[in-house]
Design a protein around this ligand. Structure first.
Ligand code: URP
Ligand code: ZN
Ligand code: ZN
Length: 587
């Protein structure tokens, strides 16, 4: 590798003074919650438990009343991307700084080569852009934006020598990045041979091109034309076609930025019939806003919401998408952070097809989802951890280094204050643009501390990131979550796949006293676990927390603090046989 990272970490910050104790919090992993302290040394979680023996000189963070969660993993960002004649406003410094401010401690960005460009050359460019700037660890996916035998060879080289285990193919952006079905077959088949994960942008690019011509000819040139040119059916058709192609070549599949109910339904059906796993990712944008903004009379406002696939006009979409995440019909949430300055969005003032595609989300992804999913009772904190970090860690083979609070894991930790209220606004966000698609939304729940590789980078609300602190994360192919556990692995439960939905049969307290069955425990404990004071996590399967007619905690008088004060009862429940094995293991 020619592009050795140039670290800008000041020398006084490079010492091994990093001893940190997070005390009195409630540790949340995808498979359970427990009241435990977390001891960190030299960037690694060393101990999780109670009554830990801690060396002198250790800084203590009091997390009473707070949740201690794995730092978020955003599986979908575009920092310093040149697209549609413009360059994104957030570079790797500002983008990762914004991500850290919101509780995300790992991002996975997309190397997107130009048609005809060497994939390795593009990868090296991305490393050069990112290594010296990132404020947190990052991985890379590589786009397969054209097809030839040379591309195939470079894919193999990227997997073998450069730490790439996922490749994105586009079914849209005709005449730019789009592949046809024959090329998609080859690209997905090559991924399967390399034990890498094919990803697709699922929209029918030919239909979009045709509709765009017709709309422009009819005089529809404004941002609403963007949405009209690519309705739900255009997305759902491509989702289905991508699944069929993957099945034909016996490849697993990851569908990025799923934006509509129709697309999710197509995915749900495919996941039932498919031979290999399929993963569906949605976005903070879909959950947090909707497509009515394309009708806003102000071009700047409407254009700022332009991304592909577009936000949907159906007002029931955001809640349905949250439900799909809760029910495990979708598995992950990213941001697709791809911000463009107002002047760049204005390239499409007279033609919506020229508006650079992309929105913000890296900073607000976690808080927006918490607000829409956990505060409404649709998702419990464990499922929140699953969809915001743990599943991404598993799918992209970063587990258990990332995505879990456990001894041996990287010390990427968020101390989450479920009562912290704030209003999202471009006036105080950390992105390099002066527009925020979640403007004015009140959220209850945000990070108070964010620890990146053992360093406190959000310190009681004060952002103190270090440019260049992050490292490139090589990702190995053959992820057990995608391709199954290796044959020689011990008899652990399989990593989650759509064919083996997370089956949890019982739960137990850590003191060894068996409780009733999983269903019984969690029906009884729903409100407690929602309140942070309870013992259990209900839904590794994503089963919804609030049944019809049950209390909506957001609008109830139920008191988190009261529950926390009286929390001298059970301190933890660990779900037996979580997907992919227990989080408390040492390795
Ligand atoms: O509109 C979007 N999504 N912009 C980023 C590029 C992509 O397709 O992910
Ligand atoms: Zn895309
Ligand atoms: Zn994207």
């Amino acid at each position: 590798m020619t592009n050795a990272p140039v670290k800008k970490v000041p020398i006084h910050l490079q010492s091994s003074q990093n001893r940190l104790l997070i005390k009195n919090g409630r540790v949340v992993n995808e498979d359970g919650m427990e009241d435990a302290d977390v001891y960190i040394e030299d960037g690694i979680i060393k101990q999780v438990g109670r009554n830990l023996i801690i060396p002198g000189g250790t800084r203590t963070i009091d997390a009473t009343g707070k949740l201690v969660m794995p730092g978020g993993i955003d599986p979908h960002t575009h920092f310093e991307l040149e697209m549609m004649g413009a360059k994104t406003a957030d570079d790797f410094y500002k983008g990762t700084r914004a991500a850290v401010a919101g509780g995300t401690t790992t991002v996975i960005d997309f190397v997107l080569p130009q048609k005809g460009q060497s994939l390795i050359e593009a990868y090296n460019n991305w490393r050069q852009k990112a290594d010296s700037k990132v404020c947190c660890d990052y991985g890379l996916h590589v786009g397969v934006t054209w097809w030839s035998p040379a591309v195939r060879r470079e894919m193999a080289q990227l997997v073998a020598e450069h730490g790439i285990n996922s490749f994105k193919m586009f079914m849209a952006y005709k005449d730019a990045w789009m592949l046809d079905d024959y090329e998609l077959c080859h690209a997905m088949e090559t991924c399967a041979e390399l034990r890498a994960l094919p990803q697709v942008h699922a929209e029918n690019g030919n239909i979009i091109a045709h509709n765009t011509e017709k709309l422009l000819a009819a005089g529809i040139t404004g941002p609403e034309g963007h949405q009209l040119s690519r309705n739900e059916e255009v997305e759902a058709e491509a989702v289905n076609r991508a699944c069929v192609i993957a099945n034909q070549v016996n490849a697993p599949l990851y569908i990025v930025h799923m934006m509509s109910k129709s697309a999710v339904e197509a995915l749900r059906l495919a996941r039932r019939r498919q031979r290999q796993p399929i993963f569906g990712e949605t976005l903070a944008a879909t959950v947090g806003t909707d497509g009515t903004h394309y009708r806003n009379a102000c071009f700047r406002h409407a254009a700022a919401h332009v991304l592909s696939p577009p936000l949907r006009p159906d007002p029931t979409t955001p809640e349905a998408i949250v439900q799909a995440l809760a029910d495990d019909d979708l598995q992950l949430i990213g941001s697709d952070n791809c911000t463009f300055a107002e002047g760049d969005k204005a390239r499409g003032r007279d033609n919506f097809a020229h508006i650079p595609n992309g929105v913000n989300g890296a900073e607000d992804r976690m808080a927006v989802l918490w607000q829409k999913a956990v505060n409404t009772g649709m998702m419990d904190p464990c499922r929140f951890v699953a969809v915001t970090s743990a599943t991404a860690a598993r799918v992209f083979n970063l587990w258990p280094r990332k995505g879990v609070i456990a001894a041996g894991s990287d010390a990427d930790v968020v101390v989450w204050d479920p009562r912290l209220q704030r209003t999202i606004s471009a006036s105080n966000h950390h992105h390099a643009v002066d527009f925020n698609i979640f403007e004015g939304q009140n959220v209850s729940g945000s990070p108070q501390y964010v620890i990146v590789n053992g360093r406190v980078c959000l310190d009681d609300g004060n952002l103190r990131v270090v440019e260049g602190l992050g490292k490139f994360l090589p990702t190995r192919a053959d992820s057990p979550a995608v391709y199954g556990a290796p044959a020689h692995a011990p008899a652990a439960p399989p990593a989650h796949t759509p064919h083996s939905p997370r089956s949890v049969t019982s739960a137990e307290h850590t003191n060894g006293t068996p409780t009733g069955g999983y269903e019984e425990l969690h029906l009884n404990k729903q409100l407690e676990s929602m309140s942070v004071s309870g013992s259990g996590c209900s839904t590794p399967t994503g089963r919804k927390m609030r049944e019809p007619g049950q209390r909506d905690l957001q609008n109830s008088t139920f008191s988190i603090s009261k529950e926390m004060e009286g929390a001298d009862t059970k301190t933890s429940v660990r779900v037996r046989n979580p997907p992919g094995g227990k989080s408390s293991v040492l390795w």
